[in-house]
Write a protein that binds this ligand. Structure first.
Ligand code: TYM
Length: 330
């Protein structure tokens, strides 16, 4: 198959071991797009992380853990450039140039910014306001056409497109490229609370690299149909997050049976969750085995990141010099 021209770019904060939300919302597409696009570029955005982390002591370990997960999930470093954001400081330069075409009011109006203000009222730093501009710089630096992300990132993507348009208009150029968002079939994965987006900050997540026992424990805490108080009550799979997950990880026949039995109160939530935990663990077994293999050789993992940065830097420098020329800097 001939691959599409154009670059794919995505980034993720170094939050350590990845969870089902990261996987189903983004990583699945990082892997899949390697087969459809000529160039795929994936970045661990450590500078973005500085806007929220209280301490940086775990950044290195988190970067390593995340890279292990990415490799085990099927990201291929011989094809994809996988690197750490701060290793290519050109992105900070582009961020500054883009900030001049970005209205401040729009940044402070973004729902993602308002959410952060609610979450960390004691630390509303300048970097937090500029977070989406740095994200636009990440994407624009590589002239990416496609950006695989979960739906929570949609406002940022839309904003990136606006910034790119403003830049090109202001400097009468077409050097920057407007990217498209690429979503998976599960663009928003709910946490074990069945209510909020799965994420580390809410501790409602299930990590891919957990042991089977830890996974089972987390699954058993999952909230099911809230209307179903007793085993004898019929359930409604349509509003149950465990059922949503069954549809992803269990085979079609089993899904059909659970759907039917839940509605007739013939299967209870405990049995249903046990079954899901078993299927999830089976699904994740090859991933966990590959991860353990990569973990045997930490030097290889750091080599992947260094090599990725070396390749990405070439593109970054080229774009940046085009940008400076378009602006008219002496
Ligand atoms: P981050 O680190 O929060 O998440 C990484 C990726 O995982 C997706 N994701 C989810 N998808 C569905 N359901 C969930 N519960 C869930 N939790 C996380 C996110 O949508 C994301 O795709 N701002 C970005 C990082 C970033 C970036 C970029 C992304 C910086 N520069 C340039 C794309 C392009 C972020 O904080 O993702």
């Amino acid at each position: 198959m001939t691959k599409k021209k154009g670059r794919v770019f995505s980034g993720a904060r170094p939050t350590g071991r990845q969870h089902l939300g990261n996987y189903l919302g983004a990583i699945k597409n990082y892997v899949a797009l390697q087969d459809t696009y000529e160039d795929t570029i994936y970045c661990i955005v450590d500078v973005h992380a500085l806007t929220t982390v209280e301490t940086t002591s775990e950044l290195k370990q988190n970067t390593y853990d995340m890279t292990l997960d990415w490799l085990a999930a099927g990201m291929r470093p011989d094809e994809s450039m996988i690197f750490v954001q701060s290793h290519i400081p050109e992105v900070m330069e582009l961020h500054t140039f883009l900030s001049m075409v970005t209205p401040l009011g729009k940044l402070t109006d973004l729902p993602t910014f308002k959410e952060k203000v609610r979450q960390q009222p004691h630390n509303i730093n300048y970097g937090l306001v500029g977070y989406p501009v740095l994200m636009a710089a990440d994407i624009a630096l590589y002239k990416a056409v496609a950006v695989p992300v979960g739906v929570d990132q949609a406002p940022h993507l839309e904003f990136t497109r606006e910034i790119v348009r403003s830049f090109n208009y202001r400097y009468n150029t077409n050097v920057l490229v407007e990217p498209q968002m690429v979503a998976t079939e599960v663009p928003k994965v709910l946490g074990i609370d069945g209510k909020n987006k799965m994420g580390k900050s809410l501790n409602n997540h299930i990590e891919l690299a957990s042991t089977p026992k830890e996974t089972q424990e987390r699954v058993m805490q999952m909230v099911t149909d809230p209307q179903r108080a007793r085993l004898s009550d019929p359930g409604n799979p349509d509003v149950c997050n465990v059922f949503t997950m069954h549809k992803i990880f269990s085979d079609a026949e089993e899904v059909e049976r659970i759907n039917d039995e839940c509605r007739k109160a013939e299967i209870g939530c405990v049995a249903c969750k046990k079954l899901f935990a078993k299927n999830l663990n089976e699904n994740l077994m090859p991933f966990r085995e590959r991860r353990a293999e990569f973990a045997q050789d930490p030097a290889y993992v750091w080599d992947v990141l260094n090599d990725g940065a070396d390749r990405a830097r070439v593109i970054a420098q080229e774009t940046l010099s085009e940008v400076k020329e378009a602006i008219g800097l002496p």
